[in-house]
Design a protein around this ligand. Structure first.
Ligand SMILES: [Cu+2]
Length: 234
C-alpha cells in the first residue's frame, strides 16, 4: 500500500526489490509512529506543573541506561533484519548473472547514452556493429546482458521500471542484466549529476514483442538471413 507511487515494475527481479522497499517502509513507519508517540506522550505527562521539580538523571544505573540500550538494540536488530533480507536479493540479482540472450554495450557520455549492438554475429568490434544514441531496443522475456562504460565522467544507468540502477565509471567495464516482462517504452535517465546537461540525459528503452523485435532486427540488418538473427518464440 505504501508503494503505489512506484513506477510500474516490468522486471523479473523487481518484485524482490519492491518487497525489500516495502519492508523498509513498514519498519520505519512503525518506528516513526512509536517514537513520535512516545515523545508527545512524555511531553504531556511530564509537563511543567506547580510544586514539581525536574529531576537530574545521569543514566548511571542500568534501569536508567536501559531507556537508551533497549531502543538501540531494537534498531540494530531491525537493521540486521533488513540487511539479511536485502543480502539475499542482492546475491540473487547481482552475483548470479544468468546467461544472456541479447547483448548490448551502453556507454555514458556527456550527455547521451551510446547504445552499441553487436549485430548478427553477436560480437562487439566487428563491421556489423550498430550504434544508436539513446535508444535501447530489446525483446520481451529475454535476458539482456549490458556492458557498461563511460567516456568521460561518472554516470549512472537507471531503469526505474526494471528496478535496475548501476553507476558507470570511466576506466572500468561493468556489467548488468535484466529481463523485461512486458513490451512498452520506458525512460532511461542518468542518475548521477554529470554536468550542465545532466537533466536532459535520458534515453528510451523499447521493449518489443518477439515478432516486433525480429522485424526491428530485419530493418537494422537487412542483408542478414532471418535464421541467424531471429529470435524464436519461447
Ligand atoms: Cu550522465
Amino acid at each position: 500500500m505504501f508503494l503505489d507511487w512506484l513506477p510500474k515494475n516490468i522486471s523479473t527481479h523487481g518484485g524482490e526489490i519492491d518487497s525489500i522497499l516495502h519492508l523498509i517502509y513498514s519498519v520505519t513507519l512503525v518506528w516513526f509512529i512509536v517514537t513520535v508517540g512516545a515523545l508527545l506522550a512524555f511531553a504531556l505527562l511530564f509537563r511543567r506543573r506547580d510544586g514539581r521539580r525536574a529531576a537530574y538523571i545521569t543514566g548511571d544505573r542500568l534501569s536508567q541506561a536501559a531507556w537508551l540500550l533497549i531502543p538501540t538494540a531494537l534498531v540494530l536488530a531491525l537493521d540486521l533484519w533488513i540487511d539479511f533480507r536485502g543480502g539475499d536479493a542482492w546475491a540473487r540479482i547481482k552475483l548470479h548473472t544468468p546467461p544472456s540472450d541479447l547483448q548490448v554495450q551502453v556507454t555514458g557520455k556527456q550527455f547521451n547514452w551510446e547504445i552499441l549492438y553487436p549485430g548478427p554475429d553477436g560480437r562487439f568490434g566487428t563491421p556489423d556493429d550498430l550504434q544508436m544514441d539513446n535508444e535501447l531496443h530489446v525483446a520481451v522475456n529475454r535476458v539482456v546482458g549490458i556492458v557498461l562504460k563511460s567516456k568521460d565522467v561518472i554516470h549512472s544507468l537507471y531503469l526505474p521500471n526494471l528496478r535496475l540502477q548501476q553507476n558507470v565509471i570511466p576506466g572500468r567495464e561493468l556489467h548488468a542484466w535484466f529481463q523485461a516482462t512486458q513490451p512498452g517504452v520506458f525512460e532511461i535517465p542518468c542518475l548521477e549529476l554529470c554536468g550542465f546537461g545532466h537533466s536532459g540525459m535520458v534515453g528510451r528503452l523499447i521493449v518489443h514483442s518477439a515478432d516486433d523485435y525480429n522485424q526491428w532486427v530485419q530493418e537494422q540488418w537487412p542483408s542478414t538471413s532471418r535464421s541467424t538473427t531471429a529470435i524464436t518464440q519461447p
